[in-house]
Design a protein around this ligand. Sequence first.
Ligand code: F3S
Length: 284
Amino acid sequence: MKITIAKKAGFCFGVNRAIKMVRKVLAVKDKPVFSLGLIIHNPDFIAELESEGLKVIDLIEEIDVDDGYFIIRSHGTTPEIIEEAKIKGLDIVDTTCPFVKKAQEVARNFFEGGFEVVIFGDKEHAEVIGINAHTKNNAKIIRNNNDLEKVDFSRPIGVLSQTTQKNDNFNEIVEAIKSRAEKEVIIENTICLDSTDKKEEISELAKENDVVIIVGGKISNNTKKLAEVGRASNLDTYHVENSKELLSEWFFDKKSVLIGAGASTPQKHIDDVVEKINSICNNG
Ligand code: F3S
């Protein structure tokens, strides 16, 4: 079996940076370290950080100490949450990815400039909730053409995207907005380059391989998108969270496999998958 690992597989710049910052405070061990929600969408890796002392909480109210570190995740958060953490006396460790910060800034500028703000993205995703908070929750969050009914086309419109969306889908929505807009439309493509590069690479290489394995958290938006891209080029595409989920029947009669991984997938998980495929196919 010929195994190809996508060059762009695994941690992106933003996740790498966030994890380094988190590990730095965990290493100090002088006070508790809290993160509101998962730092990255990868349960196995979160368990590893928890064993190093990280406390993952669902609500800021759960913090019952007046001293500790409060991690802002790479997806970013709302200004209100940061304010609440400060009031509680916590030390803020802001790992918000600079590309997400840029999207927040774009949304705020559109809003303050009097634009109808349109965010192309998933309204339940933490990143989008954070971006929307920078418009005082006034943005219209759009997933597809049906959602366009929410948009007030009589106003000037500013459009941006969640960083992990697909360019083609964003461009399609932009065209639909332009065709209905009665006033000026400003477009800021805030899709992150890492996310675009990963998808392009998988789309290209998936055609040349018999099987595609995408490794990463099932709750990771960018990993799910990567699997969608793989499947569009190769029906034998499988999304696994770790090597335990690999099934030997996927590789029966196949000669080549492409391995891709989302931005929140640790190198170790990619290595484990390679090792398991080698053992299934007796590549050794
Ligand atoms: Fe940042 Fe892009 Fe990663 S937005 S967190 S570098 S996927």
